[in-house]
Design a binder for this molecule. Structure first.
Ligand SMILES: Cc1ncc(COP(=O)(O)O)c(C=O)c1O
Length: 375
């Protein structure tokens, strides 16, 4: 079996520990355990219960408490029985794709997106057709263009909403149109929703495909919107039949999640409003810093993200994105993701949800580097 190297993860692995200014990170600046305990309002009680935790495998499918807290992020269709925990969204995506992709069938996926969403289906023997999201469309998919890529062998359509790397947000009416395309084909609609609930405008929360469609499957995670990547806890939410298929796969890869991770993820989701208030505060304030910086950099532009932690920034310099980003790293210590990771040359992905001093220092370092290109 062949699987393409995962560019984003390899670039992160190569640079993230030595970067002076890590403005490539896609998580909201992570919480410490102390901060999470503080948010729980009952630090002593939580610590006591953690100390009493029995360190066996725990609940194989995830604790009832955590699955209830995850189900509460969705509408009525998703109950705890419709949720399966996984090793991050990367584990959740793998389980769902392994369960959903049939060799010899066609999968339609949006691009740019997180490479796992199309490279895993390809490795499983599907023919992947990509719908390239364009800057002039604000990186939103056209349902007719999705339809045109499907054929009678199409069993799965893959979305990522809010989108990595653009921060574009598919609102409910457009999402419903895409659901109709899937329904006409009786196809599954799988959506990686790890940046959901981090929509910047109040009241613009992206609906989940798991709530809109009887064959809609959603993946989520504690890593991004909830700033707890170290818990390595994600999930799949969808129809019971699909959850069972994911569990059949998961028995071979995971057995169960870590019991301490599970307990802390439940604490965080039970205080979801406090966590999101902190995190929305960070992304809104930091995006305003990026806006202001861009007014001083006329050779950079972006479609302003509406959600999440990242933005795709296009540059007007005659350099391939790997050379541009490596040069920036070497000269200024600023670490960003080359656009080629998403098939988007002459661009880079900026992670702006880091600590404010890192963002400000990182953007200043990028500017210093740009001046060397102009000198
Ligand atoms: C769209 C998307 N999906 C999944 C993941 C994996 O996240 P995790 O496994 O930390 O939950 C990432 C991480 O960058 C991502 O951006």
């Amino acid at each position: 079996m062949h699987i393409d190297p995962f560019f984003v993860e390899q670039w992160m692995n190569a640079h993230e520990t030595t970067a002076t200014w890590n403005i490539a990170e896609t998580c909201v600046h992570s919480l410490t355990l102390d901060e999470l305990l503080e948010m729980s309002g009952d630090a002593d009680g939580v610590v006591r219960r953690l100390k009493e935790t029995w360190l066996g495998y725990g609940d194989i499918v995830g604790s009832p408490r955590l699955r209830a807290a995850i189900a509460a992020l969705y509408g009525e269709r998703i109950t705890p029985e419709h949720v399966l925990t996984a090793n991050g969204a990367i584990g959740a995506n793998f389980l769902a794709l392994y369960a959903l992709v049939e060799p010899g069938t066609r999968v339609v996926s949006v691009q740019p997106t997180y490479q796992q969403l199309y490279s895993v289906p390809e490795s499983l023997g599907a023919e992947v057709r990509s719908l390239r999201l364009r800057e002039e469309d604000a990186y939103l998919p056209d349902p007719d263009a999705i339809r045109a890529l499907t054929d009678e062998r199409t069993r799965l359509i893959v979305l990522n909403n809010p989108n990595n790397p653009t921060g574009a947000l598919i609102d409910e009416p457009l999402l419903r149109e895409i659901v109709e395309v899937a329904r006409e084909l009786d196809a599954w609609l799988f959506c990686d929703e790890v940046y959901r609930r981090l929509e910047h405008e109040p009241g613009s929360t992206a609906p989940s495909v798991a709530d809109l469609y009887e064959k809609g499957v959603s993946s989520g995670s504690m890593s991004k919107s909830y700033s707890l990547a170290g818990l390595r806890t994600g999930w799949v939410a969808g129809p019971a039949e699909l959850i069972q298929r994911c569990l059949d796969v998961r028995d071979y890869t995971t057995i169960s999640g870590g019991v301490l991770d599970d307990a802390l993820a439940a604490v965080a989701l039970e205080h979801v409003d406090a966590v999101l208030e902190r995190n929305l505060g960070i992304v809104r304030a930091n995006l305003a810093i990026v806006d202001e910086w861009l007014t001083r950099e006329p050779r950079l532009r972006y479609v302003r993200p509406r959600a999440g932690t990242i933005a795709l920034i296009r540059y007007d310099y005659d350099l391939p994105s790997v050379d541009f980003c490596q040069g920036m790293f070497d000269d200024s210590g600023a670490f960003v993701m080359p656009g080629i990771a998403f098939g988007e040359e002459h661009s880079f992905r900026l992670g702006y949800a880091c600590a404010r001093d890192v963002l400000e220092g990182g953007l200043a370092a990028v500017s210093t580097y740009l001046r060397t290109l102009e000198g």
